[in-house]
Design a protein around this ligand. Structure first.
Ligand code: HEC
Ligand code: HEC
Length: 312
């Protein structure tokens, strides 16, 4: 018996040693377009994000032991694909801002930095103060609201006029490239959340259909039942001279429809976005939904949904 155990142990040791030689490649390509931000912002990103989202991956010895190394390599390669601070300046300013906004949301949602990475690298954890610094940086990039903004007020007045003259009554309902139709009925659904996007000056309301609302009441949201639909509507933020912020011109509406069979290729959700009062379907091909999926993916423990019922 002892011999048998020794034999198995020896086999395992050989296998473990052998594994160390099967290694995916992680290269650090030259850094040519690194983000330039205030030093306190850069310090946070370097500490918490750079191992997976830059060309300056710094693996510690314990990251390099197999089979852990496989997962690390996969994280680095996937992480760089979606966001690479070393390629930052190759993005348009609006895109940079959107990525930072997305980043802050992922941190708030607890999806980033990746949790099992934080367990091994506790210094990567972001504090409340770190978040305040990141948010202040993004909202300071360009002031989004100015009191009595005439351009925004005019846009709103123009829409109102069009609406009063009924210039955009919808005949045939517009259809997104993946076949999902605009659903006017969302106006009768229940508002379940509102958000204020601080980087681009929009106010949003999220509506849920009956199935969504009932699922929330029953705390049956892991996963959300088939038939759940969310609608998210965005308007300009308009600030009056007293500093009150209200909704201005309508910008767009987005939907997520749960059907784990029909929409299996996009995480079980059908995505659609219609822009402006003309309700123009977003995207050039049906692949537009990849963009939605990528940004929602870190919410996978919440069935890819950001909006959460209030917890006790
Ligand atoms: C251990 C590796 C790792 C660390 C550290 C990490 N990420 Fe990620 N990140 C990933 C991976 C892998 C993905 C893609 C898969 C996913 O979304 O789950 C990703 C995706 C993202 C995305 C979505 C990119 C897209 O496709 O649009 C954002 C934004 C993001 N991370 C921000 C951050 C921020 C900000 C930090 C630091 C506070 C951070 N991440 C730290 C691995 C990491
Ligand atoms: C840049 C990241 C990002 C991209 C890209 C994105 N979303 Fe979202 N989405 C969010 C965030 C964050 C929320 C949470 C609510 C908020 O902050 O407005 C959200 C919420 C939603 C909601 C309400 C349900 C929920 O998850 O809370 C719908 C519906 C939605 N998005 C549809 C879409 C569609 C359709 C697309 C693609 C055309 C898309 N999203 C692309 C970040 C993104």
């Amino acid at each position: 018996m002892r011999r048998k155990i020794a034999f198995v142990a020896a086999l395992m040791l050989i296998a473990f040693t052998g594994l160390q030689f099967i290694r995916p490649k992680i290269k650090n390509p030259p850094v040519t377009a690194d983000i330039q931000a205030p030093s306190n912002v850069e310090a946070i990103l370097r500490r918490a994000c750079y191992d997976c989202h830059s060309n300056e991956t710094n693996l510690r010895w314990y990251d390099k032991i197999q089979p852990v190394y496989w997962q690390v390599a996969a994280h680095v390669n996937e992480g760089r694909e979606g966001l690479n601070f070393s390629d930052w300046k190759n993005m348009a300013p609006a895109e940079q801002k959107a990525k930072l906004w997305e980043s802050i949301n992922q941190v708030i949602a607890g999806a980033m930095p990746v949790q099992n990475y934080v367990m091994v690298h506790p210094s990567a954890k972001l504090s409340k103060d770190d978040l305040v610094i990141l948010k202040a940086y993004v909202s300071g990039m360009t002031p989004v609201n100015k009191p009595g903004d005439t351009a925004k007020i005019n846009a709103q007045m123009q829409q109102l006029e069009q609406w009063q003259n009924a210039k955009f009554t919808i005949g045939k309902l517009p259809i997104a490239l993946n076949g999902i139709s605009y659903m006017p009925d969302y106006k009768n659904w229940q508002a379940i959340s509102t958000t204020n996007r601080f980087d681009n000056g929009t106010l949003r309301v999220i509506f849920g259909n009956n199935i969504a609302v009932n699922a929330m009441k029953a705390n049956n949201i892991h996963p959300w039942p088939n038939g759940t639909i969310f609608a998210k509507v965005a308007w300009d933020q308009v600030e009056d001279n007293e500093g009150n912020i209200k909704t201005g011109a309508f910008k767009q509406i987005e939907y997520m429809i749960k059907d784990d069979q029909k929409y299996a290729s996009t995480m079980g959700w059908g995505f659609a976005r219609f822009k402006t009062t003309k309700l123009i379907p977003y995207g050039k091909t049906a692949l537009f939904a990849t963009e939605c999926v990528n940004c929602h993916r870190p919410q996978k423990d919440e069935d890819f949904v950001f909006t959460q019922p209030i917890k006790n």
